[in-house]
Design a binder for this molecule. Structure first.
Ligand SMILES: O=C(O)CCC(=O)C(=O)O
Length: 264
């Protein structure tokens, strides 16, 4: 997977690039086949009764939509979401040739993980997890050329809310930000909505952007859940300081065991 000089120029000027390739659709097909198995197992062992037969033979997106429509309190989809950073094919995206080639093509010399790959589930007409205008740098950025690769795991339509970007804003470097009342960071300054671009992505397309690029969630006003993945890379060769954006914390398993041992 190579990008030509013109694409690289576009990426440098705009701060983002849409890349199209058959390999992208193949990667999504492989991932969703695996994820379908996972979600069927969660349904099978779940207290919430959803007829397994109604999910068999359906696409991953159809399964998610059926579940999100039938569950209460996001019971199954939340477990699925929380599990995703433990799933090996999801984690393996960090060492996937296609991902690494995209990172290298946009100038990352030695890609290292910024975060574990993140899966988003943006449920219909629910903007609780919508991210307001921000740059990605305050989460995990450790080099000036850090990137985020963003793709839908399901066919995306404009009513599901494409990612919205403000082209060229990566050139501003760091912008001031503040915590909003929903626990998200957002810019202090407001930006002209007329300059934003909604990034339409076909199933065989992927978006890569500079972590300095200002962007935000589009609104999902459809009746379908938008499922997407974000993979973040820093450049080991461009880090000013050797650091990691990962921290460890005691597992729930450990905390429960500890509670029990204190009680006995
Ligand atoms: O997918 C979205 O709606 C927002 C994702 C985002 O802001 C990010 O990846 O940093």
């Amino acid at each position: 997977m190579n990008i030509n000089k013109e694409d690289f120029k576009k990426f440098s000027e705009q701060g983002f690039l849409v890349i199209k390739s058959k390999e992208i659709a193949q990667l999504k097909d492989n991932l969703t086949t695996y994820l379908s198995e996972i979600i069927l197992h969660i349904v099978k062992i779940s207290k919430i009764k959803i007829d397994l037969k109604s999910l068999i033979g359906k696409t991953f997106h159809e399964q998610i939509n059926l579940i999100v429509n039938k569950e209460s309190n996001q019971y199954i989809s939340k477990q699925f979401f929380e599990l995703n950073t433990s799933l090996l094919p999801v984690i393996a995206l960090l060492n996937n040739d296609l991902m690494l080639n995209i990172a290298k093509a946009v100038g990352i010399q030695k890609p290292v993980a910024g975060t574990l790959p993140v899966m988003r589930l943006d449920r219909p007409n629910n903007d609780y997890h919508s991210t307001p205008l921000h740059q990605d740098y305050w989460y995990s950025m450790l080099s000036d050329n850090s990137i985020t690769i963003w793709f839908g795991l399901v066919p995306l339509t404009s009513d599901m809310g494409f990612l919205e970007v403000f082209p060229g804003t990566h050139k501003k470097g760091l912008v001031a930000f503040q915590n909003n009342d929903k626990g998200h960071f957002t810019t202090v300054e407001e930006y002209d909505e007329k300059t934003k671009e909604s990034i339409k992505l076909e199933y065989d397309e992927i978006l890569v952007f500079s972590q300095y690029l200002l962007h935000k969630s589009g609104k999902n006003i459809s009746n379908k859940t938008r499922v997407s993945i974000q993979v973040r890379f820093n450049d080991f060769k461009a880090m000013e300081k050797i650091a990691t954006s990962f921290t460890t914390k005691p597992s729930v398993f450990l905390q429960n065991k500890q509670k029990n041992s204190k009680q006995s």
